[in-house]
Design a protein around this ligand. Structure first.
Ligand code: NA7
Length: 557
């Protein structure tokens, strides 16, 4: 057992109800594995989650059609071959109910449930400089005194629920996709409005179009989409992907985006015909490969990006045929480049608009002004009457979940206030001024967006576990980035980000989806493999960028 309890009986304003070595916030993909690792390390660790069960993203996002855009067999944890192979996916891109079942399977296999408190949100966390410990308050009244405060709250877990004035006046059901009712909704015979055509809206639209009486889709920015090929997997196919375990485990952590494929061609080396053939080949793969596994130049070079954009545009236009639909749904030349924000996969999404019961309402030049009792009102006064509204309007990504908690670090520093001015972290895993607080899926790491999530969350939780183990073994009490260390990481992050076209397109990737949110590309854009290497170098250099301190020492000394 590691000896971590040096609270020294320091007074806290509320009576402590629980003393821990580590509290993991969140029981999703990151939180489950983090809890497992810290427990294996011998820590007295628990997790809590606002949800009533495990799953994180896959607990909350139970809207119609919710599914992976990563292949199931790439999304799985790779740290345990048996855990991997004893689970069998039924299709290449599984849906939310199956994903939720998989996370229950993992929870049970690792016997994690007994250490997780559900229906419990962290409301407040305060660092005590005299003890190097955190006091964490929760919605169920617990006051937890813990050495390490580990956030696994997810990068897309703060939904933009109150997007429009008048939402509460609507006479029918109105749900954000991340707060969809567990029991589902029966839209038979109903007129339904869907607001938003991001990765989420697209899944909703293609799923409910055949079920509803009438579907009105409110489309603001047109969206590039790629078709998903999603075959069912029988025993033969399942065995085939399981046999590739070593190959996937050896490859995915080192590629640009944490998939088992990486950029395969160099634009300048190919003739125009060869380029088209490479794009066509990736298009036929029916995955995100065309985005993340053909031409890296697409992310840096505007001319290359323009040609790839035009390839995708032509594919979309050929399916839609109708000029009016094309104008509303397909990004036009000069709009923004393909792949400069999240590219959704779809299954007959575009064809949904060819149905008689589906209408695309363009709201780019005639924006939604409010929700009224009858439906959705636009700037020109038109009211689109509907019986139910699905709000697929996105999230306060990356920084949102933690900013919504009252977190106070050293010297009274408030995380929410800091990030409302500028979003900074060190490696996306710690923040200057917040010792012994660790983060996963947070800004300035690939896990904030540009990654097959499990690949990145595994690496981050493993880094955090190693860091905690080394801190304790070396007799230190706290770890925090130095100001110089944080400056170094932010500078490097910005250099890489600004060399790409990603930072030029407004979306949740750079905070551009929320008015007033400080702009910075949330995801580290140097690639998953490079990031992993940089994290390892920091460790090899004795935690350069960080400073470990002992009780009584100033973290700034
Ligand atoms: P996204 O990708 O942020 O998409 C939100 C959508 O909602 C997008 O089409 C927005 O249009 C639209 N939106 C947001 N506010 C408005 C208003 N006021 N009026 C009209 N339309 C609006 O969120 P998702 O949930 O789809 O996806 C998030 C991630 O989850 C996804 O990338 C995956 O990684 C999983 P806009 O583009 O801003 O014009």
């Amino acid at each position: 057992m590691l000896d971590l309890d040096n609270s020294g009986g320091q007074p806290v304003s509320k009576a402590v109800t629980k003393r821990l070595d580590a509290l993991v916030v969140g029981a999703g993909v990151a939180g489950l594995y983090q809890l497992h690792q810290l427990r294996e390390l011998g820590l007295n660790v628990e997790a809590c989650d606002a949800a009533s069960d495990v799953g994180g993203t896959w607990y909350w996002n139970r809207y119609p059609g919710a599914k992976f855009d990563s292949e199931g067999f790439i999304y799985q944890y790779l740290f345990d071959e048996n855990l991997y192979k004893d689970w069998t996916w039924s299709e290449r891109f599984p849906s939310q109910p199956e994903i939720e079942r998989w996370l229950h399977y993992v929870t049970d296999r690792l016997d994690l449930r007994k250490d997780i408190t559900f229906d419990t949100a962290v409301t407040k966390a305060t660092y005590n400089e005299n003890t190097c410990r955190w006091t964490v308050e929760t919605s169920n009244g617990d006051v937890i005194d813990t050495r390490f405060f580990v956030s696994c709250t997810g990068m897309l877990s703060a939904p933009l629920e109150d997007r429009f004035p008048g939402q509460s006046s609507f006479k029918g059901p109105i749900f954000h996709t991340a707060r969809y009712p567990k029991e589902g909704m029966d839209y038979t015979g109903k007129r339904v409005g869907v607001i938003g055509t991001g990765a989420t809206g697209i899944q909703v639209i293609q799923t409910i179009a055949p079920q509803v009486d009438q579907l009105k889709v409110f489309v603001r920015t047109p969206q590039y989409v790629l078709p998903m090929t999603n075959p069912k997997l029988g025993p033969k196919e399942a065995n085939a992907y399981k046999e590739r375990f070593d190959a996937v485990a050896g490859t995915a952590p080192h590629t640009f985006c944490g998939f088992d494929y990486d950029f395969s061609h160099t634009w300048a080396d190919l003739s125009p015909e060869e380029r088209t053939a490479a794009l066509e080949d990736a298009y036929q793969h029916g995955s995100l490969k065309l985005w993340l596994g053909v031409f890296a130049e697409m992310f840096f070079d505007e001319d290359v990006n323009a040609e790839v954009s035009s390839f995708v545009r032509a594919k979309m236009e050929a399916r839609l045929k109708d000029r009016e639909l094309i104008d509303v749904l397909v990004p036009q030349e000069g709009d923004y480049g393909f792949g400069t924000h999240r590219v959704p996969l779809e299954s007959n999404y575009l064809e949904a608009y060819l149905r008689d019961n589906v209408e695309a309402v363009g709201v780019r030049n005639n924006p939604i002004t409010e929700i009224v009792p009858e439906g959705v009102k636009l700037a020109d006064g038109t009211v689109h009457e509907v019986d139910a509204i699905v709000m697929a309007v996105g999230f306060d990504a990356g920084s949102g979940a933690l900013s919504r908690i009252d977190i106070t670090g050293r010297d009274g520093m408030k995380l929410g206030e800091e990030w409302s001015k500028e979003i900074r972290t060190t490696l996306g895993m710690q923040k200057y001024g917040f010792p012994n607080m660790f983060m996963t899926g947070a800004p300035l790491a690939p896990s904030a967006a540009l990654c097959n999530m499990t690949t990145c969350l595994q690496q981050q939780t493993e880094w955090i576990t190693q860091c905690i183990a080394e801190l304790v073994k070396s007799g230190h009490d706290a770890i925090e980035p130095t100001l110089d260390g944080e400056d170094t990481w932010v500078r490097h992050h910005d250099e890489v980000a600004n060399a790409t076209l990603l930072s030029k397109t407004d979306s949740w990737y750079n905070g551009g989806n929320i008015e007033g949110k400080p702009k910075r590309l949330l995801s580290y854009a140097g690639g998953v493999g490079t990031y992993r290497q940089k994290c390892a170098e920091v460790v090899q250099e004795g935690y350069s960028l960080f400073r470990m301190s002992k009780l009584g020492e100033s973290a700034l000394a």
